[in-house]
Design a binder for this molecule. Sequence first.
Ligand SMILES: [Zn+2]
Length: 236
Amino acid sequence: MQQYIDAHCHILTDAEMQNAAAHGVGRFIVNATAPTDWAAVVELAVRENVYGAIGVHPWHVTELSNDWYVVLGDMLMSYPDLMVGEIGLDKNRPNIELQESVFRRGLQIAHDMHRVAHIHCVGAWGKTMDILRGGKLPPAMVFHAFSGAADLVPELVKMGAYFSFGAEICNEKHIRARRVVALVPESRLLVESDTASPAIIPDVVAQIAHMRGVVASAMAETIYNNTMGLLNGRQI
Ligand SMILES: [Zn+2]
C-alpha cells in the first residue's frame, strides 16, 4: 500500500491513528497549540511513527504564564527530536500585537535550538514576511494550510520553507490555494489533515497530483520523501 505522512495534525486518539493507517497514513507530525497540551504531544512523540512539535498557536496567546518560553526551551532541550509548532499569526483573531511577540519568541527559540518551525498564517502575510525578513530564521519552516500569494513562494523557499496543503485544495472556493499548489517547487510540497481525519490524506495527494498533471502514486512518493527528508534533517 502507498504510504503517506500527515505533515500537520493535532493530538490523535489510537482509533484515529488506526483508521488513518488503514488508508496508508502511518506517520504523523503532531502539533501542540498551548502549554496545556505540550506534555501530551511529548507522550505521543515517543512512538516511532509520531513526530512532535510544541509551541503556542495564535489563538491561545492569552493563556500564557510569564515564563512560558523558558518552559518551552527546557522541554525542547530535554527532547532533541521535538520541533516548534504551531506558532504564527491570525488576523481574524484578537490580540495581534501579543500574537506577534509570541510568534517572534517562538521563531527565535526554533532558530537558537535549531528546530523546524511549523507556522500558521491567516491573513497576516505582510507582517509575517516583515518578521521573517528581519529575524533569525529556523533551519526550516513548514507553512501549514498555506494560503499566501504565489509571488511569496520563491522568497519563502530561499528562507527554507515547505508548503503544506490539506482538504481546502479539494474545495473549488479556495481559488488561491488551488493555484499556488500547482506552482510550489515539487521538493517543498507536503500534505496535512490539521483538524480533519488524517484518512483524507490520500485524496488530498490525488487532488494535488491532478492539479500538477502528474501520476498520483509518483506524487505520493515525492511528498513522502520530502517529509522524511525534512524530518531527517536532510534539508537543514
Ligand atoms: Zn493546526
